[in-house]
Write a protein that binds this ligand. Sequence first.
Ligand code: THU
Length: 141
Amino acid sequence: MSPAAKRMRKQKETVMITNKELYKTAKNAASNAYAPYSGFKVGAALLTKEGNVFTGVNIENSSYPAGICAERSAFAAAISAGYREFKAIAVCSGSGSAWPCGVCRQFMFEFGENLRVISGEDEDHLEEYRICELLPKGFRL
Ligand code: THU
């Protein structure tokens, strides 16, 4: 089979998910956030290369630095399930957009500089950036 035909077949096999759908999944997940200290609930939806979607939420702690952001929580779920390659992540808070913090940017950069990061005020006003745009010259060993 020619490379072009292979690509076509792969595209057909993979269920396409839009940015809007991914963002809505993040929004639904946000309701499960544990954020009693900040009251700022965040949800993330992470799309693997294979087409699976893993969600994550922020999980705060009375010892504040022990808390985890929604983005890293979604990555932890996906990586624990054996996934290593990712296409996109959508992030949503109660107030709409939630662009990843610096720690999450570096954390996500580890798994590929081309990850698409999606957020916005609502599902009709989404913006998208590559992680390498949000974290120029990210650290690598
Ligand atoms: N937070 C996230 O989960 N993701 C972001 O993109 C920004 C911030 C969380 C961390 C903390 O639980 C709360 O939002 C307030 O900072």
